[in-house]
Design a binder for this molecule. Structure first.
Ligand code: ASP
Ligand code: MG
Length: 407
């Protein structure tokens, strides 16, 4: 019998009525002959509320305890979901991450999945039950409860789908699919029917709020088709799948804006071998995820500014770590700028089309937007701009690359 994983985000389980609606959807799939695993997030804004509560108690709570607190949110929704299914006359059983053998490393608040033991889930599926698993959480080999980072329930769902060989992982959410860009900023944005894992991976890590990046990595690695769709309708959403030939015809699939960004630049570092290594070793040791790396050389090659971009939160921590580093590395100044944003264009078509960067920079220059930093990869071109220019940049690029609705 084929297995299907259905993941419901916080907004899709925010009230008792919505929990019933999600339950009905799972039951429908069950009645259609599927074995169904549900992965659910915490109800509504529960995770934010728990975080706020923690901040009221302590300005800097231990990460282990934060995980202990935040995982309670999902535990509420899985038990309620099981009750809703029972109330509708069907069998269901709920499990925490630890109970289904979701083993992670010990990086609290951003743990990574190490292994999953699907046997318990399969046993209950074979007994005819709908299995409900708490999203976003795992357990270390020592038994400490961990979380996978904000939005991590997507990753739970896709990783589980891979582990138990599901035919598809459906992500039910409050939007009806993946859009060419954020429709709240660009009303002309369009729904994308099909997108490759690589493009989606870039969109997710570049700030398209739809899905947790790690979930797409799992999808790609284990070739799990992911269907992002609305929890409110039966309309087909967006399929995230392996790349096919015809997909390259479209140069730019989407444009993104990442506001939660800051640059940390160490100025006046001696331009010698080993400096970058020392700096980034410290940053890595503290589990700070570096986005782009920035370096420029001046003073006839004697000195360099070395820096990176990261989230605004991590930038604060990074600044503290870098200040520590001044004991070892002669650094003249540390500059943190959190009034910046990153705007990117993404498309696998860039691999086969030329002049894409020129077109992007030309469009930005016509809109009188100053570019602070540029980075590229095979299927992405990104610019860091002043936060105040970011939305205009996004709209400009959406139009320039023919993504506006009706084109
Ligand atoms: N409840 C968690 C969060 O808000 C995980 C999730 O919803 O994916 O980040
Ligand atoms: Mg989410």
């Amino acid at each position: 019998m084929s297995i299907i994983v259905q993941k419901f985000g916080g907004t899709s389980v925010a009230t008792a009525e919505k929990i019933h609606r999600a339950a009905r959807r799972a039951i429908k799939a069950k009645l259609a002959g599927k074995q169904v695993v549900m992965v659910v997030s915490a109800m509504g804004h529960t995770t934010d509320e728990l975080l706020a509560l923690a901040k009221e108690v302590s300005p800097n709570p231990p990460k282990r305890e934060l995980d202990m607190l935040l995982t309670t949110g999902e535990q509420v929704s899985i038990s309620l979901m099981a009750m809703a299914i029972h109330a509708a006359g069907h069998e269901a059983i709920s499990f925490t991450g630890g109970q289904v053998g979701m083993v992670t490393d010990a990086a609290h608040t951003k743990a990574r999945i190490r292994s999953i033991d699907g046997s318990r889930i399969r046993r209950h599926l074979d007994e005819g039950k709908i299995v409900i698993v708490a999203g976003f959480q795992g357990v270390t080999p020592d038994g400490a409860i961990t979380t996978l980072g904000r939005g991590g329930s997507d990753t739970t769902a896709v990783a589980l789908a891979a582990a138990i060989g599901a035919e598809v992982c459906e992500i039910y959410t409050d939007v009806d699919g993946v859009y060419t860009t954020d429709p709240r900023i660009v009303p002309q944005a369009r729904k994308v029917t099909q997108i490759s894992y690589d493009e989606m991976l870039e969109l997710a890590s570049l700030g398209a709020g739809v899905m947790h990046s790690r979930s797409i990595e799992f999808g790609k690695k284990y070739n799990v088709p992911i269907h992002v769709r609305s929890a409110l309708t039966d309309t087909e959403g967006t399929m995230i799948v392996a790349e096919t030939k015809g997909m390259e015809d479209i140069v730019v699939r989407g444009v993104t804006l990442k506001r939660d960004l800051a640059t940390v630049v160490l100025q006046g570092v001696p331009n010698q071998p080993g400096m970058a290594s020392k700096i980034f070793a410290q940053i890595a040791k503290h589990n700070i995820v570096v986005d782009d790396i920035i370096q420029n050389i001046y003073s006839q090659g004697a000195e360099a500014n070395i820096g990176f971009s990261t989230t605004t939160d991590d930038a604060k921590e990074a600044a503290v770590i870098c200040r520590e580093l001044t004991k070892e590395v002669p650094i003249k100044a540390i500059e943190v700028d959190d009034k910046v944003a990153k705007v990117s264009i993404v498309g696998i078509g860039m691999k086969t089309h030329t002049g894409v960067a020129a077109k992007m920079f030309n469009a930005l220059s016509e809109a009188k937007i100053n570019i602070k930093h540029i980075s590229t990869s095979e299927i992405v071109i990104s610019v860091i701009v002043d936060l105040k220019d970011a939305e205009i940049a996004l709209r400009t690029l959406h139009t320039a690359f023919g993504l506006d609705n009706g084109e």
